[in-house]
Design a protein around this ligand. Structure first.
Ligand code: PMP
Length: 353
């Protein structure tokens, strides 16, 4: 470790991403990506930017914000784009929390929140999920701190009903309530319309999951314009040009071809239903999921061993060797063929084929 690194950064936790084998033969059910490639318009739009890479990108992401505001019936100043929703979330942490302003969030949730908080010295107040892994919205009422949760939550796939989000926003009027809707397009309900009523509600989204652009790094947030302006203030101070020309063009083109992506979401929902039934038939306990993944507990074998056996057969799934969730696997939903390959592999491993 370099002695130049400040003491306060020496114990930063490391985010452990899912393995990224891209070679032939691996079925990647471990990082919640889309199995479907970007639409043709995205390829053309990205290619069209190559000849203009000598020019800086538009720091305001004007065309992208217009496209998003059109899609969601907002004004363009109610949208901010970022380098993945990770960046948007990081900016929200910077804007609304610090050493003396903690963030309240579920104890089991998206792992990067921990790292942002550690990097920025923000204390986290963790509210345990219920026994069935659902968020109890009452834990977040009148907390008087910034609140954050994904809806649906990751890695559980469970969602809160909108009225409960409304209660959380209403009872914390002096604090921002950040709802990370990374997975909302897979059957969840968005709380976006409630931003009209609640000036403290911030909805964060990504192009990484339902819009097949994980590698482009494109996310965004929507809220009343004042809240978005607050994020812009912070963003302009740290990385004005964080959304590349290619990412902006890809986003605009993806919105123009929205039907393609929504059709893919329907296919993923179908494959998720199939996978849930299949895993239950194989003896797994499977949480009801509204994401592009399921959280499932094998009964015939430990989750860690099964992840390893699947890997030997070229199928990657996600396992965390952690308290409460160590018995579970998070399995991304791919194409129907990929899920059938998973089924065949499980049958082989359990010796039933
Ligand atoms: N939020 C949640 C809940 C996630 O699971 C992820 C990624 N897996 C993200 C945000 C970040 O996505 P991205 O930075 O690719 O937009």
């Amino acid at each position: 470790m370099s002695h130049f690194l400040l003491e306060k950064h020496r114990h930063l936790p490391a985010y452990v991403p899912g393995d990224h084998e891209e070679g032939e033969g691996f079925i990647r059910l471990n990082t919640n990506e889309s199995p479907y490639p970007p639409s043709p318009g995205v390829r053309d739009a990205v290619a069209g930017e190559i000849g203009r890479l000598n020019y800086y990108n538009d720091p305001d992401c004007t065309a992208l914000r217009q496209a998003l505001s059109g899609l969601y019936s907002l004004a363009p100043d109610q949208v901010i784009a970022g380098n993945g929703s990770d960046e948007v979330l990081y900016l929200a942490f910077m804007a609304f929390a610090d050493e003396t302003h903690p963030i309240v969030l579920p104890d089991i949730t998206y792992g990067y929140y921990d790292l942002f908080a550690a990097a920025l010295g923000i204390p986290l107040v963790r509210k345990p999920l219920d026994e069935d892994f659902s968020i109890d919205y009452r834990d977040y009422l009148n907390v008087g701190q910034t609140v954050l949760f994904p809806n649906p939550n990751a890695p559980t796939g469970r969602a809160l009903p909108l009225w409960q989000i409304g209660e959380i926003a209403k009872s914390n009027p002096e604090n921002v309530v950040i709802v990370d809707e990374a997975y909302v397009d897979f059957g969840g309900e968005t709380c976006l319309p409630m931003t009209r009523q609640y000036p403290n509600l911030l909805v964060v989204r990504t192009f990484s999951k339902s819009r097949s652009l994980a590698g482009a790094r494109l996310g965004y947030a929507m809220a009343q314009s004042e809240l978005i302006a607050a994020l812009e203030t912070v963003r302009n101070a740290v990385n004005l040009y964080s959304v590349s020309r290619m990412a902006q063009a890809a986003g605009v083109a993806a919105i123009a071809e929205n039907d393609y992506y929504m059709a893919n979401c329907r296919k993923i929902i179908e494959a998720r239903d199939y996978t849930t039934r299949m895993l239950r038939a194989q003896g797994f306990e499977v949480l009801p999921s509204l994401g592009n993944f399921v959280f499932a507990k094998p009964r015939a074998m430990s989750a860690g061993v099964l992840a390893e056996r699947l890997r030997e057969r070229g199928i990657l799934v996600r396992h965390w060797d952690k308290e409460r969730i160590g018995d579970y696997l998070r399995i991304t939903i791919g194409t129907m063929q990929e899920m059938q390959a998973l089924e065949a592999a499980i049958e082989m491993i359990f010796g039933r084929a």
